[in-house]
Design a protein around this ligand. Sequence first.
Ligand code: URA
Ligand code: SF4
Length: 263
Amino acid sequence: MTPDELRRQLEFYKDLGIQQLYRREPRPVEVAAPLAPVAPLVPVEALPAPPHVEVRPITEPMMDITLPGLAPENDTLERICSDIGDCTRCKLHRGRNKIVFGVGNPATKLVFVGEGPGADEDAQGIPFVGRAGQLLTQMIEGTSAKEGIPLKRADVYICNVVKCRPPENRTPEPDEMEICGQFLFRQLSVLQPKAICALGSTAAKAILGGKDGVTKLRGKWHKWRDIPVIVTYHPSYLLRPYNQDAKREAWEDLKKVLHFVYD
Ligand code: URA
Ligand code: SF4
């Protein structure tokens, strides 16, 4: 890679909001052994050779980073899907059965972004098909019906921050979110929806950057590039019986985004 190409690629990452680059494996840090004390008046030739200390050029670690590919001009969902291929870019590939790319209407005005596939999604390769997914479908279709908006799940687009199921459904780690996030950003760039609904803190952090969770972010508009973003509770959170206030709030968030997009 020429320095010019490298600079262009780094600028591209900055545009994507990528703050840090991760190396595949941490390198061992080499520390020079302390010099043995030397008796005085020994001729230089008789001294032991100094320990070898390797000096690496500063630019060298750039070369084995997991570099996201450049978003091609005239990008398409098909192109993103084929670039993902049989992806092994992050450690989540180890436990997955199917990559869960996304479903819905590619001409949609509204995109929902979740966290990552669960067991049902991993088995079927389709996002939000398990219990949380059924609730999401009900929320989309039920709320729009009540509000007089004729909208079905198939009319929107649904995807996740990471495309492979995290082991034991754990939260995706920052490196995984950043590596797989490039595909989410390409999806959003291609779809160019009128609004994005981030489901839960992981989606909110991936899309908006920063560390704030749902309670801090919900109830107001945010932006990803120029696209308005609403943050609300993840449907899995709403499935817990003690989160009744959150249900009412999620319903308000959904009404807000549906009216904004479809009025
Ligand atoms: N939870 C998510 O965040 N995404 C899915 O696809 C399913 C459950
Ligand atoms: Fe690749 Fe994303 Fe799966 Fe990681 S989670 S292996 S980056 S598709």
